[in-house]
Design a protein around this ligand. Sequence first.
Ligand code: CAA
Length: 380
Amino acid sequence: MDFKLTEEHLMIQKAARDFAQAELLPGVIERDEKQIFPTEQIKKMGELGFLGMMVDPKYGGSGLDTISYVLAMEEISKVDASASVVMSVNNSLVCWGLQTFGSEEQKEKYLSRLATGEIIGAFCLSEPEAGSDATSQRTTAIDMGDHYIVNGTKNWITNGSTADFYIVIAQTDVDKKHRGINALILEKTMPGFEIGPKEQKLGIRGSDTHSLMFTDVKVPKENRIGEDGFGFKFAMKTLAGGRIGIASQALGIASGAYELALKYSKERKAFGTEICNHQAIAFKLADMAVNIEAARHLCMKAAWDKDNHNNYDLSGAMAKLFASQVAMDTAVEAVQIHGGNGYVKEYHVERFMRDAKITQIYEGTSEIQKIVISRSIISQ
Ligand code: CAA
């Protein structure tokens, strides 16, 4: 077993760290406060190859492995989780899904533009009544021969208004239940496609979350991903990889909050010494460090499974469940270590605390991860 990162991995980690410090840190507080999407920063991330990290270079991607992706996600998330969710959705849910299951025509038409950030993508599964219970899709895609007619509403869609490319999961044949679901490519210029108002969120406020409404949207048959009825399996397989991305986002939030707390505890004095010298603080730092290291190992194991073509449903769900809890716990303790300063924006940790919560909710709540994990271990 080799725990050492390669030279290439270290270079990617450094490139992501340098980018986050130079380009994302300035303005991150204002973007959070005013809910401003990081348009320029996302464009630069595309130019640097961070939006299509695992895409084959023949489609304009970086052709890297999942370990590289986890390393970059951690570094970006240490500074700006709003930027990293755009990166995660584009890489894991959109580019990976399209590259793995899309037709050659679909890849040629969309993938290189998505991988370079010329356009960004969105993944539309959740509905008002189908969040965790993803088989209960109410959005319909009625088969009209050479096209589908799509009607319905999707909720909480990341990149909702900034995307140009949308993968929409919809029910074609109700009698076939989840085997009658399809994954279709929609473009926002299609007549009948409407974007709802921007959600006012607790965290990841720089990211762009909307509901989407479809009224008789005509979608050509060639925009279906995979065979008829493959849509639910497509969503599950894609989300399994997406969970590795969100686990590494959670890892980044945790390590970002921890690094700030450690630094602060070495500078701030109380009762005649730096507060890190008090066991009350030192023990918190020790717990944070252990939990973050354990979360990192789980993320890396899941990435390694994916890169080695092992099943990663279990390891990805474990990584997401654990890392998101570590993100939440670490961010809360980082605020506590900062005392009153932790409660104000300029110290960043209150933002980490708000951002951490979503990692326990999207791409499957913690309870969903426990369903996936328990089913997997019971069936072994
Ligand atoms: N890979 C391949 N197929 C899978 C699969 C996987 N990982 N997981 C399930 N399936 C298949 C099953 O084999 C089954 O197919 P067959 O009947 O043909 O064999 C089918 O899918 C249905 O599976 P289940 O009976 O297990 O389905 P279920 O109703 O019990 O639900 C669930 C399973 C895991 C709870 C699933 O509904 C789920 O993951 N829910 C959460 C959805 C989710 O993560 N939503 C997040 C939205 S996206 C998002 O947040 C993006 C963003 O903006 C950041």
